[in-house]
Design a protein around this ligand. Structure first.
Ligand code: MSP
Length: 504
C-alpha cells in the first residue's frame, strides 16, 4: 500500500516560524506511523518561490530574485531537519524540472480548451496571492493579512473553473472523505455549490515565474505553479524513476485552513482538466494561536520554531504542538504550556517511568530483565495498537496521542499499585516481582514503539535503556515482545530540566 503525504510548500518571503513547523511536524508523525505499518511511504515538502511577495522582498533587499531565493531556501531546508521530519524530497518551484513540468501541465489544459483570454480588473491581495471580492473584505482590508488589496487590471489567460462545477460536486458526493474534517468538507462543497467563477491562470505584469508556453510574455499564476509541485516532484525526485505510478493518486495533502479553496476546488479541477486523477484525501488543520492571535510575521508575535527546539528539543515541540490543540481545530498555545507539558508529562509521566523501571531492574535483578509473563492486560496493548492506528487514519493526531498517554499513565499506576520495592523486601515474592518487572518493561517497550512517530529521538533511547532492539514495526506494539536482556543500568533522564522558555 502506498501512502504519499505532502505539506504545503512554504513562501520564502520570510523565515520559518512555529506555525509552519506545525504542518511539517504533523505530517512527519503521520508518515512515520504509516511507515511503521509497512506501507510504501513518500513525504514531500518544499518552497513556493515565484510569489509576487517574494519578488518584492528581493527587490527591497536589492537582490535579483534568484540570488535571494537561493539564499533563503537554505533556511527553509533547515525546518524539516530541526523538527526531525524525515522527508523524502524537498522541492523548490525554481527547480528547472518543476518549471518544465508546469509548462507541460498548463499546455495540456490549454490543449483541452479550458483556457481563454480575457481582461481582468479586480482587487488583488499580495499576501494571499489571490483576487478578492468586495464581500470578502472587512473595512476594505483582507481579513487574513489586514492589508488593503491592490487594484490590478491585466489581460490574462483564464481557466474555465465554472465548467467543472458539476464534476466537482459529483466528486464530493461520491467521496465524503475527500476533504476532512467533515466541517471543512461542507465548507468546500458549499463553496462549489454556490457557483464557481473562472480564474486567471496567468499574470502579465511580472517577470518572475514560469513563463506561459504559448505566450512567454506572461507567467503562470503562482498558485497554479505551486499546486503542481505535488505531481512534478514525483517525476524527478528519483532521477530515472517516475514515481507517479507508485504514489499517484495515493496522495494526501495536509494543509492549513487558509488555503482550503486552492486545494479543495482549484486543484482537483486543474487535475481533471490536465487528465490526472484527483488526490485521495485532503486534511485541513486549524491555526496555532498565540494568546488567541494567529502567529504570523505581520503580527509580530512569531515564536521561532527553531528557538523552541533549541530549548526543549524537537520531540518536545512535536509532542506539545499535537497534544495541546485538537488537530483540525484552532487552538491557543503559550510558552508556559510548552514548559509545563515538558516537565509534567514528558519529564514525569514518561521520563521518570523509564528511570524508575531501569533503577528497579538494576537494583533488584542485577540489571537482568526477567522473562516472566502473566501480568499486564493484553486488551490494553490491543487497544493501543488498534486505536492509535484508527485515529491516525482519520488524521486525529491529538486523539491518538491521548490514547498513548493513557497507556503511559496506566503503567505509572501499575507501578504505584504493585509497589515492586515492597515486594522486594521478601524473597517469597520473587516470582511476583519478576512478573511485575517484566510487565513494566514490556509495557514501556510497547509504548516506545507506539510513540516513535511522535518522539522519534526519544523512542530509541527508551528501547536502548531497556536493552531491546531498536525496531519500530507496528507489530511490536503487541504484548509479550520483550526480549531477554541484561546489563540494564539506571537511565539518565530522558528530559533533563531546562530553564523556562520565557527565560531562554
Ligand atoms: N505557498 C502557499 C502554499 C502553497 S501549497 C501548493 C502558502 N505558504 S505559507 O508559507 O503562507 O503557509 C504554509 C502553511 O503554513 C499553510 O498551510 C498555513 O496554513 C500554515 N500556517 C502558517 N501559519 C500558521 C499557524 N499559525 N498555525 C497553523 N498553520 C499555519 O500558503
Amino acid at each position: 500500500m502506498s501512502f504519499y503525504l505532502t505539506t504545503p510548500i512554504y513562501y520564502v518571503n520570510s523565515t520559518p516560524h512555529i506555525g509552519h513547523a506545525y504542518t511539517t511536524l504533523a505530517a512527519d508523525i503521520l508518515v512515520r506511523h504509516h511507515r511503521q505499518r509497512g506501507e510504501d511511504t513518500f513525504f514531500l515538502t518544499g518552497t513556493d518561490e515565484h510569489a509576487s511577495k517574494v519578488y518584492r522582498v528581493a527587490e527591497a533587499e536589492g537582490l535579483d530574485p534568484k540570488t535571494y531565493v537561493d539564499r533563503i531556501a537554505e533556511k527553509w531546508r533547515e525546518l524539516p531537519e530541526r523538527v526531525d521530519a524525515d522527508i523524502d524530497f524537498f522541492i523548490r518551484t525554481t527547480d528547472e524540472e518543476h518549471k518544465r513540468f508546469v509548462q507541460d501541465f498548463v499546455q495540456r489544459i490549454y490543449d483541452n480548451g479550458d483556457i481563454y483570454e480575457d481582461t481582468y480588473a479586480g482587487l488583488y491581495c499580495v499576501g494571499c496571492e489571490a483576487f478578492k471580492t468586495e464581500a470578502e473584505l472587512v473595512d476594505g482590508k483582507c481579513p487574513e493579512h489586514d492589508t488593503v488589496p491592490e487594484w490590478i487590471e491585466e489581460k490574462n489567460y483564464f481557466f474555465r473553473l465554472s465548467a467543472y462545477q458539476d464534476r466537482l460536486l459529483q466528486l464530493y458526493d461520491e467521496r465524503p472523505d475527500f476533504v476532512q474534517p467533515p466541517f471543512r468538507y461542507n465548507e468546500a462543497r458549499s463553496f462549489i455549490a454556490s457557483g464557481l467563477q473562472d480564474f486567471s491562470l496567468s499574470r502579465a505584469g511580472q517577470p518572475w515565474g514560469v513563463s506561459i508556453p504559448w505566450d512567454p510574455g506572461q507567467v503562470v499564476y503562482v498558485w497554479v505553479d505551486a499546486l503542481i509541485n505535488y505531481l512534478s516532484a514525483l517525476t524527478y525526485a528519483r532521477p530515472g524513476d517516475d514515481l507517479r505510478e507508485r504514489y499517484w493518486p495515493a496522495v494526501r495533502h495536509l494543509i492549513g485552513k487558509d488555503i482550503l479553496r486552492f486545494h479543495c476546488i482549484y486543484w482537483p479541477a486543474l487535475l481533471l482538466s490536465a487528465g490526472y486523477e484527483v488526490p485521495r484525501e485532503i486534511f485541513v488543520h486549524g491555526y496555532l494561536l498565540l494568546d488567541d492571535r494567529k502567529i504570523s510575521k505581520s503580527r509580530g508575535n512569531v515564536i521561532d520554531a527553531l528557538d523552541l527546539v533549541d530549548v526543549y528539543g524537537s520531540d518536545a515541540v512535536r509532542y506539545w504542538a499535537t497534544r495541546s490543540v485538537q488537530f483540525g481545530q484552532d487552538g491557543s498555545v503559550s510558552l508556559d504550556s510548552v514548559h509545563e507539558r515538558y516537565e509534567r508529562e514528558l519529564g514525569n509521566d514518561l521520563g521518570n517511568l523509564l528511570s524508575r523501571t531501569t533503577a528497579l531492574i538494576a537494583k533488584f535483578r542485577d540489571g537482568r530483565i526477567p522473562i516472566a509473563p502473566g501480568l499486564g492486560e493484553e486488551a490494553a496493548f490491543d487497544r493501543l495498537a488498534t486505536e492509535v492506528s484508527r485515529k491516525l487514519d482519520a488524521f486525529d493526531l491529538t486523539g491518538a496521542l491521548d490514547e498513548l498517554w493513557e497507556f503511559v499513565r496506566a503503567l505509572n499506576k501499575f507501578v504505584t499499585d504493585t509497589k515492586p520495592w515492597e515486594l522486594a523486601k521478601d524473597e517469597a515474592n520473587a516470582d511476583e516481582l519478576d512478573r511485575v518487572l517484566y510487565a513494566l518493561v514490556d509495557g514501556l517497550r510497547a509504548a516506545a514503539v507506539a510513540l516513535y512517530a511522535y518522539l522519534p529521538a526519544t523512542a530509541p533511547k527508551i528501547l536502548r535503556a531497556l536493552g531491546q532492539p531498536e525496531e519500530f514495526a507496528w507489530s511490536g506494539v503487541a504484548q509479550g515482545g520483550t526480549a531477554e536482556a541484561d546489563g540494564i543500568e539506571p537511565s539518565v533522564p530522558l528530559f533533563p530540566r531546562v530553564e523556562s522558555a520565557a527565560a531562554a
